[in-house]
Design a protein. Structure first.
Length: 163
């Protein structure tokens, strides 16, 4: 079953939305973040959690915060760091995997960035990708910022580049 992006509802999470939520993306760390840690992070202004619903069921989520990345080789104006919006977490319930929900959310996040760019500087979209997610982000036009092996790999997408 393909899901038309127009049938998705994306909204900022509230405590009542998470109270009895059943969500399983197949990654215990991401599940735990959404179900146990996300509200505390929002209360402390560390990020904002967005829920993606389809037919009144939460099928995905993502977290956004501000970021700054160091990338000097491609930018004509030299700053020590450049403004970015960071995807802190992004996950799709495993029942909805393979339906391009994650890529749809990336497009939606880029839309948020373009709205925010009318009132503040944002050049990049950044993420610390788990190794198993690198291919997904590369398909969505992210590049590796560093190549050192770590638990996660810093990646970015230049919002000024034409698609």
């Amino acid at each position: 079953m393909n899901i038309n992006p127009e049938n998705l509802i994306i909204k900022i999470a509230k405590a009542k939305d998470l109270k009895h939520l059943k969500f399983d993306c197949g990654d215990e760390d991401l599940n735990e973040f959404l179900l146990k840690d996300s509200l505390k992070n929002m209360k402390n202004n560390l990020n904002v959690i967005y829920l993606c619903e389809f037919k009144n069921e939460v099928i995905a989520f993502f977290a956004l915060s501000t970021d700054a990345i160091k990338i000097n080789e491609k930018i004509e104006i030299r700053y020590p760091v450049y403004p970015a919006i960071k995807i802190g977490r992004l996950a799709v319930d495993k029942k909805y995997g393979g339906k391009h929900i994650g890529s749809t959310l990336i497009d939606w996040i880029i839309g948020i960035c373009f709205v925010l760019r009318k009132s503040t500087g944002i050049r990049f979209l950044s993420v610390d990708a788990y190794p198993k997610s690198i291919g997904f982000y590369e398909k969505n036009l992210f590049e590796k910022l560093e190549t050192k092996p770590r638990k996660s790999v810093q990646m970015y997408r230049d919002l000024n580049e034409k698609i």
